[in-house]
Ligand binder design. Structure first.
Ligand code: SF4
Length: 369
């Protein structure tokens, strides 16, 4: 059996499920764990793991999908920029349908004549700027610590090439400050609390273990970095539940084949060279201190907001959308009154239904209405 297939081996998974069940019995109480990574969300649903989890172990999908946490105000700024003369918005495709103020998206702006192009990397956007010297190319930087180093690299590349017509709209989010807010809101050991975190493997590749230790040390909840194959997820859950059974709370790296405890100093260095932490707006979670990234003063000429005199407004929330409660683990998608009725993947009302990594979209696709 080759390396990857080993992590999908049914016998191994059955053994781990049996172990998980016995650890859960030893806990003597139900356990609610939250993952904060779109890839974990999809993997848990797609592999069928969610329906195999022992009774008493509840899976919550937190704010781990990059487009789901992109705030209405940020989408509003993208739309405002898209309307400006001579602007090309160069974006990843999954941002196109994310609804902003009044349900409008970049897709609508494109239909109304705005120049919106799909790119596959931030460097593609830099190249687009090189090919269109008469236009200003704006790349909306969304996502977490995984994507920020690539966007920082694009800013450095544009500076190196002397491109004055490239800039970014930084909507990046940092995961650890969001976990802190969720824990501060979460009562723990109660009906709707979060007992433990399955930490995002991709973000941990960049950050390592240290930025997540506070989950265990300050809040007394296990925090386990896990991989994405079924056996890796189950192993991480066993580590988590065994801690609860033993009355412990530790931050553990259970994804050693990809994550170094120290993370990637090179990726963090390029990110730190270009960005500074700043307050950021999260869809559903509101303003969180030091949870976003803004360009350092020496790179501010690459800041689209500054260049075009645009600011993040204060749009009205989408009526009836409960994405904030879904992302906080307070309700399941099915408990949103719009789920499967007016809100579907074909016609999403809220951002959690847009991306395949969104909690509502995953529920719709794999659990049904
Ligand atoms: S079902 Fe739609 S409207 Fe409801 S929380 Fe999910 S994305 Fe928002």
């Amino acid at each position: 059996m080759d390396g990857m297939a080993a992590f999908q081996d049914p016998e191994l998974c059955q053994g781990l499920l049996a172990r998980l069940e016995s650890l859960l019995r030893a806990c003597g109480r139900p356990v609610r764990f939250m993952e904060v990574c779109g890839t974990h969300t999809v993997s848990i649903f797609q592999s069928g793991l969610r329906s195999l989890l022992p009774e008493g172990l509840t899976h919550l999908s937190g704010p781990g999908c990059p487009v789901c946490v992109t705030h209405d105000a940020e989408v509003g700024a993208m739309l405002e920029l898209a309307r400006r003369d001579g602007v090309i918005i160069a974006t990843f495709g999954d941002l196109l349908r994310v609804p902003g103020p009044d349900g409008k998206s970049l897709k609508h702006a494109q239909a109304e004549g705005a120049r919106v192009r799909v790119v596959y990397s931030p460097l593609d956007a830099v190249n687009l700027a090189g090919e269109n010297p008469g236009a200003t190319v704006i790349f909306p930087g969304v996502g977490f610590e995984t994507t920020a180093p690539g966007v920082a690299g694009a800013v450095l590349a544009a500076r190196e090439r002397g491109l004055g017509n490239f800039c970014i709209l930084s909507c990046h989010k940092l995961v650890p400050p969001a976990l802190r807010i969720l824990l501060e809101k979460s009562p723990g050991e109660q009906e709707r609390g979060i007992d433990a975190f399955l930490l995002p493997g991709h973000v941990a590749v960049v950050l390592g273990l240290a930025p997540f230790r506070f989950v265990a040390e300050e809040f007394g909840r296990p925090a386990v970095i896990g991989g994405f194959e079924p056996a890796e997820i189950l192993s991480a859950l066993c580590v988590m539940v065994s801690q609860i059974a033993e009355g412990k709370a530790l931050a553990v790296n259970a994804y050693r084949r990809a994550v170094d405890d120290g993370g990637s100093p090179a990726a963090r260095a390029v990110m730190d060279k270009v960005f500074l932490p700043c307050q950021a707006r999260w869809r559903g979670l509101g303003l969180i201190p030091a949870s976003g990234l803004e360009l350092r003063p020496e790179y501010e000429r690459f800041d689209a907001l500054r260049r075009f005199g645009v600011s993040f407004g204060d749009p009205r929330p989408i009526p009836g959308c409960r994405c904030g409660d879904v992302l906080s683990g307070l309700i399941t998608p099915r408990e949103c009154p719009l789920f499967g009725k007016t809100c579907t993947p074909q016609h999403p009302t809220g951002p959690c239904m847009v991306s395949t990594e969104g909690s509502c979209a995953a529920w719709y696709r794999y659990q049904g209405v």
